[in-house]
Ligand binder design. Structure first.
Ligand code: GAL
Length: 726
């Protein structure tokens, strides 16, 4: 039988190209996912992580082999790996975003200690995508995703790809393409079955599996299934099971799958399960402050939750590379559509480079084609020049590996050659251009046109939010546009050629810590009020922050159908969503004009009080004081329990808030942290807080127990929180 053994613990790491005779004492003990260098969240030199490092792992075979083959599966290492076992090379890999595996059976010592060595080159190798020219993001370094040891019988299931059919009819079914591998050289008879949880199963008997690999398709009826949708992302567990001629089970593989149809129609528009759906989303980079791309499964999953539930998006683009399986699985589970694309950024290299890119297409699709949330493959190098031969090949490969999904190719000039199924276009016109080709999907807008920091002046934060609102409003009114995916969800670290000079592109609707700017409130306000009411005034409520002073007009992002606005106890008025400016949004922002008639420069400014109504009922309210005083330091962990596996991590947000719980957006304070118990804090300590909010990560060690974290800031009561490590 198959065994999959997580292989993330007990690695030795040296930040150098170390010879085999150097002793382990020169190494540090680490757990994967691992970043080759913990960095400050900004103001660093990207050469700090660009080096060759050496990872070692000494291990005894955790299970007896019993004739099985043993593979080592790397989920992602940045960016070129050479792997050795007991001094012999087992293989190498070029590319940092897709998995790679080696059969290590012949080099393994069955008893006694094995030494696995990875020589990892994390420099920006011009021969490997996305590199060769400049790139507006950092890739960081390290074995930054998980590693597994996989045992399989000589005949085993190498791959299973399920295609749902006739999903919207009374007789839906699934075709499962199963690739069996035979490494034994002998031919026996096998039987193969596929089952869906809750009942139905289909079997093929007497299969002759000759050497090499063989594709077998099994059809399975799926009557009575529930559809996968954004509101009800129902997933079914599939199990594939392989038996030998003695009916002995020798392999089994499980995966999750939902039943849905997803189509971009030529006449325009995207349809999920036959129903028209306007796509509204944001781009996501996979990087985080301090830890680069080496985020735990929990942080990956949390990002999907944030994009769907905090930002109300229905789609995310994994700009500009395949992202963690944990992120994608969470998208499947919660109903967040995904547009996934190959690594690249504007530059196309020589034919060897293009060869690696084609391998990226293959590795991405082979890894991810059972993810129900994925609706399209991006097979053009983001914003590159036309290249007929190369992109004809990437498209053909994608269609061959997955005939069920369309391709897109993200471009930034409208006259570019259209070789894909969907015309995916980065539209920086500050509006939406009239589609030339159909179907048309906007894959980026805003971004560098209006970088905005969460601690910028309120006027800029409002304009940033309104630019997102205007483009989304525009696309909602254009039936031939399938949707718009803004640039971008979160601020991200970048090269010095981009960004604000401190190695950050402040293009996110949230900051790097995934904390909201006003633009995040715009997206959040598009959530249905049936899900939850949203009421967010885009103001710090003072008379002197805007260029000409005052608060006119006041913008409120809300999904309520009416708001009531008070200044102090005085009712100023009742307002409806601003349909004049935003005729197409489900929930237009509220624009409250003329406030300066009540409030004068030099006059008294009482607090702001807004009450939100939905269907005549009061559902939300917000108060903002004009003289906020720092009252509390809040420590807010996303999770109160972590696993004692040395890798599990959660975000710990800290904030300075006033008497109404509002963040003080210009608060600057040094905060000191103490931690007790089996976990570590990742982040700068003491932390020079700017803008009233930031975050750390808490990483569990290998022991269980209670972790107490304390934060101190001058003039404020200490804050304390606990996390249980189980
Ligand atoms: C695009 C690019 C993105 C990002 C964005 C900034 O051209 O595809 O990666 O750089 O600009 O607005």
């Amino acid at each position: 039988m198959r065994s999959i053994i997580p292989f993330n613990d007990g690695w030795l790491f040296a930040p150098a190209d170390v010879q085999a005779n150097v002793s382990d004492s020169q190494f540090e003990m680490v757990t994967l996912p691992h970043t080759n260098k913990v960095l400050p969240y900004h103001n660093f030199d990207n050469m700090e992580y660009q080096f060759i490092s050496t990872y070692r792992k000494r291990f005894k075979l955790p299970e007896v082999r019993n004739g099985r083959r043993v593979f080592i599966d790397f989920e992602g290492a940045m960016i070129a790996s050479e792997v050795y076992l007991n001094g012999a090379k087992v293989g190498d890999n070029e590319g940092g975003f897709t998995p790679f595996s080696f059969d290590i059976t012949d080099q393994l010592l069955e008893s006694g200690e094995n030494l696995l060595t990875v020589r990892l080159d994390s420099t920006e190798r011009p021969d490997i995508p996305p590199f060769g020219f400049v790139v507006d993001y950092l890739t960081f370094g390290g074995i930054y995703r998980e590693v597994n040891l996989r045992y399989v019988e000589p005949v085993y299931v190498q791959d299973a790809f399920a295609r749902t059919k006739d999903v919207l009819t009374a007789n839906p079914y699934v075709e499962v393409d199963i690739t069996l591998a035979n490494t034994s050289g002998t031919g026996q008879k096998y039987s193969l079955s596929v089952g869906i949880d809750g009942g139905q199963e289909s079997t093929k008997n007497d299969l002759q599996v000759s050497g090499g690999s063989q594709l077998i398709t099994i059809t399975l009826p799926a009557k009575g299934i529930e559809l996968w949708s954004l509101q009800n992302p129902k997933l079914y567990s599939f199990s594939v099971s392989l038996r030998d001629s003695a009916s002995q089970q020798i392999d089994s593989v499980e995966f999750q799958l939902g039943f849905r149809t997803a189509e971009f129609r030529k006449e325009g528009g995207f349809f999920l399960n036959g129903e028209h759906l306007k796509l509204m989303g944001l781009n996501r980079h996979q990087t985080f402050p301090y830890i680069g791309a080496a985020a735990s499964a929990r942080l990956q999953r949390k990002d999907a939750d944030i994009i769907k539930n905090e930002l109300g998006c229905n789609i995310v683009r994994t700009s500009h590379y395949p992202q963690s399986r944990h992120f994608l699985s969470r998208c499947d589970e919660i109903g967040l559509l995904v547009f996934e694309e190959i690594p690249g950024w504007q530059h196309i290299g020589d034919s060897d480079w293009q060869g690696i890119s084609l391998r990226d297409v293959e590795a991405m699709i082979m890894r991810d084609r059972n993810h129900t949330s994925i609706i399209m493959w991006g097979v053009r190098i983001n914003e590159s020049q036309d290249n007929t031969e190369f992109f004809t090949a990437t498209n053909a490969l994608a269609h061959k590996l997955d005939p069920t999904r369309p391709t897109g190719g993200v471009r930034n000039f409208p006259e570019s050659q259209f070789l894909e199924d969907v015309f995916t276009y980065n539209d920086f016109s500050n509006s939406i251009i009239e589609p030339i080709n159909q179907p048309h999907l906007v894959t980026e807008f805003n971004g560098h046109m209006f970088p905005t920091k969460s601690f910028d002046q309120e006027e800029r934060l409002i304009e940033h939010a309104l630019r997102h609102a205007r483009v989304q409003d525009k696309q909602m009114g254009m039936p031939r546009v399938s949707g718009a995916i803004g640039w971008c969800a979160f601020d991200y670290n970048t090269h010095k050629e981009f960004g604000s000079g401190d190695m950050i592109c402040y293009h996110g609707v949230m900051d790097m810590f995934r904390l909201p700017k006003y633009a995040a409130y715009f997206y959040e306000s598009q959530i249905s009020p049936e899900v939850r009411p949203v009421l967010r005034a885009a103001t710090i409520w003072s008379m002197g922050d805007r260029s000409t002073g005052g608060n006119d007009p006041l913008t409120v992002f809300s999904n309520c159908d009416e708001i009531e606005l008070f200044v102090g106890r005085d009712l100023i008025g009742r307002y409806q969503p601003d349909r004049a400016q935003f005729p197409n949004l489900a929930h237009p922002p509220f624009t409250v004009p003329g406030l300066n008639l009540w409030l004068t420069w030099g006059g008294k400014l009482p607090y702001l009080h807004i009450v939100g109504y939905y269907k005549g009922e009061k559902v939300a309210e917000q108060k903002i004081d004009c003289s906020p005083l720092p009252e509390k330091l809040l420590l807010l962990p996303d999770d109160c329990e972590l696993n004692a596996d040395g890798a599990d991590m959660t975000r710990l947000v800290f904030k300075i808030v006033d008497q109404y719980g509002n963040r003080l957006p210009y608060a600057i304070k040094v905060i000191e942290f103490e931690i007790e118990g089996p976990a570590e804090l990742i982040g700068d300590n003491p932390f020079p807080l700017v803008g009233g909010q930031a975050a750390f990560y808490v990483r569990a060690k290998h022991e269980t127990g209670t972790v107490t974290i304390r934060a101190k800031a001058q003039g404020l009561p200490d804050a304390e929180t606990t996390i249980l490590i189980k």
